[in-house]
Write a protein that binds this ligand. Structure first.
Ligand SMILES: *Cc1c(COP(=O)(O)O)cnc(C)c1O
Length: 218
């Protein structure tokens, strides 16, 4: 049951960590059930889908965007999104900044960092992130606040490998926060298969879909 999973997960969150319920590909009724169990943070990965869902659901839901965001879709998302987790290029950050300025908002974002073994097309390397902040690149964007980083571990059955990737993300987060960005407050890591390890390694937000809502029908 969705409700039981929400209650179980939220009651087991360590201090300083929050649950993002990843509701992509699941219907409004499933989200409503999680909402009724107290869940308020939901993650979606397609702009059209979240735009269609949000008007059918309570206004106190925080919508987070976790997918690959195309620049031509930014305009529809920016008026209501709480946090964009997967900013994978500076070009995208510039577009979010532009659209946020047009609608009079400042939008919180996370840089997506790739540390997994899989060859990743998307995101920044840890070195890119350090360079971004050491050059003061974040100051180019007045309507965007980069408040942390997001990452995914390799899809492997090797807990030690997953843990070492989460450790890399945590130490990058700590370094950026200490040297450049004292306002850093989100380290988004951990999914259904690895969230326990992510929490042990200092995640501030786990993004859990399948464990709550079951398999997705794509
Ligand atoms: C779909 C998705 C999740 C949720 O994955 P589950 O394995 O279903 O928990 C988390 N993060 C991102 C970026 C996703 O795209």
């Amino acid at each position: 049951m969705i409700k039981d999973r929400i209650i179980e997960l939220n009651s087991s969150m360590p201090a300083g960590a929050r649950l993002l319920a990843v509701s992509k590909f699941h219907p409004v009724e499933a989200i409503r059930e999680a909402y009724d169990a107290g869940q308020r943070l939901f993650g979606e990965s397609r702009v059209q889908e979240v735009v269609a869902k949000k008007d059918q659901l309570p206004a106190d839901i925080e919508w987070h965007f976790i997918g690959h965001l195309q620049t031509n879709k930014v305009k529809q998302l920016v008026p209501f999104v709480t946090l964009i987790h997967g900013v994978d290029t500076e070009h995208l950050l510039a577009e979010i900044d532009k659209q946020a300025a047009l609608c009079g908002r400042t939008v919180d974002c996370l840089l997506e960092v790739h540390v997994a073994r899989e060859e990743s097309k998307f995101g920044f390397s840890p070195e890119d992130v350090l360079r971004f902040f050491s050059e003061g690149a974040d100051r180019r964007y007045e309507h965007v606040r980069v408040v942390g980083i997001m990452g995914m571990a390799s899809h492997v059955d090797d807990d030690a490998a997953i843990r070492s990737e989460f450790k890399i993300l945590r130490s990058l987060y700590d370094e950026v926060k200490a040297k450049y960005a004292p306002w850093f407050r989100e380290l988004s890591m951990g999914m259904s298969g690895d969230y326990r390890i992510a929490l042990e390694e200092g995640s501030t937000m786990v993004r859990i879909g399948t464990y709550i809502f079951g398999e997705r029908n794509y």
